[in-house]
Design a protein around this ligand. Structure first.
Ligand SMILES: *Cc1c(COP(=O)(O)O)cnc(C)c1O
Length: 350
């Protein structure tokens, strides 16, 4: 090894789902939304004056923060915006989680959480979900340096009632608790209402799933102004200009169009309900989904084999070769036509 190589920071990176170059595939592997973003997004992109690109974007992202504040009936001081929720979560780790005490999260959850721990040198303890992949809130009554919970959880798809989440927050008022709500719009009540009650709560959401804008990279966190100011201070110590001009103007359009948003959610939830019936009849079992995906295991066929076979037939789903979940497939809800192709294949193959 050359001497300077000893100076290289070594990390084991998060592995995102595949983005195949091929067209004409059925892509149900990264929980993207199968429908286009709100029509206003297309309109502002067409009308965008490219001369403006000479200038830096607004570092405060004020116009988008204002739109989100209106939507959630919050003060602008309660909202932080970043480049997708991955960026917001990374900033939150850097701001709120320290090297002296372990943070807590479930053993089965978003696999980015331990990666940020390694990157930011934050120790962690994983808390096992029960046999049904449910969170036991009483397990979070122990000394910690912070807590992060995805609700609905990924990749299990399970939505825990807000009372379960509140119980965790309530017993951890000396820590900062982050609730990652990437899929909340497909589920039920958000923890957003609790930020008025608990100063230690940060709720993180994204435009990537329910707002069909994974490609634009917009995420946000809501919490009390002390948390939000701390996040902004860290952001300005790292990179002042996070969102680009196009993300800001299109993000506003996506938030404004509530009718389009609700219609999109309803379509996905209805396809998901059908998928649950269909997959059950094909011999799959799965927890009740509160997300835009189903986490399914088959009674006879191994998940790994099925994953490979589906892939050979240009149907991409996600498979995690990890303890406890290595016989499950995470299947994103696509359009009705895409789902039909999946069912037809499964019917023939099984
Ligand atoms: C998709 C996802 C994210 C990241 O979304 P962004 O595209 O970075 O906004 C964060 N947390 C969970 C649980 C997710 O599934």
């Amino acid at each position: 090894m050359r001497a300077w190589e000893k100076n290289i920071r070594r990390v084991v990176p998060y592995v995102p789902g595949e983005q195949p170059k091929k067209s004409n595939i059925i892509k149900l592997n990264t929980n993207e939304n199968p429908y286009p973003p709100a029509p206003g997004v297309r309109k502002v992109l067409r009308e965008f004056n490219t001369d403006r690109l000479r200038l830096y974007p607004d570092p405060t992202i004020e116009s988008l923060v204002e739109e989100l504040a209106k939507y959630y009936k919050l003060d602008q001081k309660q909202i932080f915006v970043g480049v997708g929720s991955d960026d917001v979560l990374a900033m939150a780790y850097l701001t709120f989680f320290q090297p002296d005490k372990p943070i807590l999260f479930p053993d089965i959850t978003y696999s980015f959480y331990p990666v940020w721990c390694d990157l930011f040198r934050v120790p962690y303890e994983t808390i096992p979900l029960d046999e049904e992949f449910r969170i036991r809130p009483e397990d979070y009554r122990r000394d910690n340096g912070g807590v992060i919970i995805a609700n609905p959880n990924a990749p299990t798809s399970i939505y825990e009632d807000l009372s379960v989440i509140e119980e965790i927050i309530k017993y951890n008022q000396d820590s900062i608790v982050i609730i990652d709500e990437a899929y909340i719009d497909f589920a039920g009540r958000s923890a957003m209402e609790l930020i008025h009650k608990y100063e230690n709560l940060l709720v993180v959401q994204t435009f990537s799933k329910s707002r069909s804008m994974a490609g634009m990279r917009i995420g946000y966190a809501c919490g009390n102004p002390v948390l939000i100011k701390a996040l902004n201070d860290v952001k300005y110590s790292f990179n002042s200009y996070t969102l680009n001009q196009l993300a800001i103007v299109t993000g506003i359009e996506a938030v404004k169009d509530r009718a389009y948003f609700n219609e999109g959610i309803n379509k996905i939830v209805s396809t998901r309900n059908e998928a649950e019936v269909k997959l059950a009849s094909l011999g799959f079992s799965f927890p009740k989904s509160g997300a835009n995906f189903i986490f399914a295991t088959h009674k006879t066929m191994s998940a790994e084999t099925l994953f490979e076979e589906l892939r050979k037939n240009d149907i991409y789903v996600r498979y995690f070769k990890l303890p406890r979940i290595d016989n499950y497939l995470r299947i994103t809800i696509g359009t009705d036509d895409e789902m039909k192709i999946l069912y037809d294949f499964l019917e023939k193959y099984l």
